[in-house]
Design a protein around this ligand. Structure first.
Ligand SMILES: Cc1cc2nc3c(=O)[nH]c(=O)nc-3n(C[C@H](O)[C@H](O)[C@H](O)COP(=O)(O)O)c2cc1C
Length: 202
């Protein structure tokens, strides 16, 4: 079976003046020529969700969507074979908007890989470690290599946007390793989910 993994790039920051667009632009530029993946972007700023108010946990009540937002986003998550989260860091954690997204769904995430591109004083490392813990409860596999844009690099880019070229060039090898692992896991789990579906049907 040859299937090109569909990766959903999720942008976690919803701020009007956010920095997130800088790493997003780089990621899209670095990935647009790849033929071994299909990429789509889910920008949480474009998909505001109400704060969690579901009558039942999504784990107990799969795809029982009660809001227009869930009905819109659920199929997008379902169609993904893996996720690449672009995350900021607020008070050593990840954004409330991202947690709200994760809490609204369950089976849509199950048995799929998740990888991280973080930015912040220490590259959002603390937010990413929290996300590894939370996504494991969603039965996701977190990909070991992550990409970290450091606070000093963010400052340099803010002062001189042209500095982004060299800074992001230094991150390319790490992104390539991340994508190699993300491809391995998403391909392996596409096959495993398909085999599981066959055995369920038998
Ligand atoms: C409430 C708040 C808390 C923050 N806490 C952290 C933090 O714990 N670690 C960090 O690296 N940056 C922290 N920052 C700085 C962010 O990294 C910085 O604002 C970044 O631009 C946020 O991403 P965004 O602009 O895409 O929303 C914080 C910013 C705010 C507004």
């Amino acid at each position: 079976m040859t299937t090109v993994p569909r990766i959903l790039i999720v942008v976690a920051s919803t701020r009007t003046t956010r920095f997130a667009d800088v790493p997003l632009r780089w990621l899209l530029e670095r990935t647009r020529h790849r033929t071994d993946f299909e990429f789509e972007v889910l920008d949480l700023r474009d998909h505001p969700m109400p704060f969690y108010d579901l009558p039942l946990s999504p784990a107990m009540s799969p795809r029982n969507y009660t809001t227009a937002e869930e009905r819109r986003i659920g199929p997008i998550l379902d169609a993904a074979d893996g996720f690449l989260l672009i995350t900021n860091e607020y008070n050593h954690g990840y954004s409330a908007a991202l947690k709200n997204l994760l809490d609204h769904f369950f089976v849509e995430f199950n048995r799929k890989p998740v990888a991280f591109l973080g930015y912040g004083s220490v590259g959002a490392s603390r937010a990413i470690e929290q996300l590894r813990q939370v996504t494991s409860e969603l039965e996701m596999v977190s990909v070991r290599p992550s990409v970290h844009l450091l606070g000093l690099q963010m400052i340099a880019i803010r002062q001189d946007p042209a500095a982004a070229v060299d800074i992001f060039a230094s991150l390319e090898p790490r992104l390539d390793v991340l994508l190699t692992d993300l491809h391995w896991w998403s391909s392996a789990l596409i096959a495993a989910r398909a085999a599981n579906a066959d055995s369920d049907a038998a």
